[in-house]
Design a protein around this ligand. Structure first.
Ligand SMILES: Cc1cc2nc3c(=O)[nH]c(=O)nc-3n(C[C@H](O)[C@H](O)[C@H](O)COP(=O)(O)O)c2cc1C
Length: 367
């Protein structure tokens, strides 16, 4: 049997595990339709709310971190973009149309509301009636919205997280994913609260609070809007190690929980690592913004290559395969001792650090 990218998570069937993450890539029906045509396994729409008139964006609102030695390479991306400023009624119509046109494609609606039960239940009921396949609750946007007690203001507080997911689950008939913030010390705590309240799955990570830099000509922090700035959300390949750690922590703490993993996925090889750490599906936002929607073809080929190389026929066989290899630092030390490495004295500081720090750092780097 050939390797297959098909998978099922939270009762939803995906032709492949790649979804476009909430953000500019899924910002209206036209681009969502284009993504379906190009072969994305699903799309999470840009986050919507009941009253788009309260959403006012700035320009500029993005900043790029370039590699020091390769100024053409973007390693990190910051944004201070808010949720969708397009009218709610237009979104409802577009969801309906998209599901009529693409009944078999997976469309997940990302929603966010103020801290009011009636508002959350209204948006869930009305969006659900359009026929979307699932919800992603944005409990994690780190900038702008927390000033209105929305987004990350909810996701960083486990008791609010539990309460809001509970409100949603009272009326949702379709699967609900809670999208978590990485801007917390222990990501397991709010994720467990969301699952306790009935969330069907966890999406992680949203962006990381950041300052992309200070302009040394003007001495102003960036992105600069009329001379001022706010910390924004960091994404792109630089955040991948942090995202992998969050997925791992949650997968180990809540075994079998369906996770939609994201943060810095640019290639199918990146996606494979999320799946090996327990993700059921993966999402790509910045990677699609920087490489274009067509990147989906390459993403699928690369993930399939990993599966074929390791003789995995299904994603289920591959999922979580790297999780058992996490341990404690004390255990690593014990294993090395048992392997007699310590016997040579090679791991002692006095033997290691003799002044050629670059070479010595390399010798302690595992890849
Ligand atoms: C410009 C931009 C806008 C975003 N807007 C949203 C949003 O509306 N809702 C949301 O849940 N996440 C939003 N995100 C976060 C992404 O969905 C994703 O969680 C994060 O960027 C990490 O993945 P990535 O590195 O693939 O972008 C946005 C990200 C970017 C870069």
């Amino acid at each position: 049997m050939a390797a297959s990218l098909k998978t099922t998570a939270t009762r939803i069937e995906f032709e492949n595990p790649f979804l476009l993450g909430s953000g500019p890539p899924g910002t209206n029906a036209k681009v969502i339709a284009k993504s379906f045509d190009l072969g994305w396994g699903g799309v999470v729409g840009k986050t919507i709310s009941l009253d788009a008139s309260k959403v006012v964006n700035t320009a500029p609102r993005y900043g790029k971190l370039k590699a020091t030695d390769h100024p053409d390479t973007v390693v990190g991306f910051e944004n201070i973009e808010l949720i969708s400023d397009r009218p709610y009624s237009v979104w409802l119509e577009e969801f309906k149309q998209l599901k009529k046109q693409y009944p078999k494609k997976v469309l997940v609606a990302s929603v966010m509301e103020e801290y009011r039960k009636d508002a959350w239940q209204q948006i869930i009921r009305e969006v659900q009636a359009t026929g979307v396949d699932g919800f992603e609750l944005n409990l994690s946007c780190p900038h702008g919205l927390p000033e209105r007690k929305m987004g990350m203001a909810m996701g960083e507080d486990p008791s609010i997280c539990e309460e809001v997911v509970g409100w949603v689950k009272e009326v949702a008939k379709i699967p609900v994913w809670a999208k978590m913030t990485p801007n917390v010390g222990d990501p397991k705590v709010p994720a467990k609260a969301a699952i306790k309240a009935g969330a069907d799955g966890i999406s992680t990570i949203n962006t990381i609070l950041s300052i992309i830099g200070v302009d040394l000509r003007t001495l102003k922090p960036m992105p600069t809007v009329e001379g001022y700035a706010v910390p924004g959300g960091y994404s792109g390949q630089a955040v991948r190690p942090i995202a992998l750690r969050h997925v791992m922590e949650i997968a180990r703490a809540i075994p079998g929980v369906p996770i939609s993993g994201m943060g810095g996925i640019d290639t199918g090889f990146d996606a494979a690592q999320f799946i090996l750490l327990g993700a059921h599906t993966v999402q790509v936002c910045t990677g699609a913004m920087l490489q274009g929607y067509e990147v989906i073809t390459k993403l699928k080929e690369e993930l399939l290559k990993v599966m074929v190389d390791h003789k995995f026929e299904t994603l289920e066989e591959m999922r979580g395969k790297s999780l058992p290899f996490f341990s404690t630092h004390a255990d690593l030390v014990e294993r090395q001792r048992a392997a007699k490495a310590a016997k040579t004295g090679a791991n002692r500081d006095a033997e290691t650090w003799k002044g050629e720090i670059k070479k010595e750092t390399d010798s302690l780097t595992g890849h």
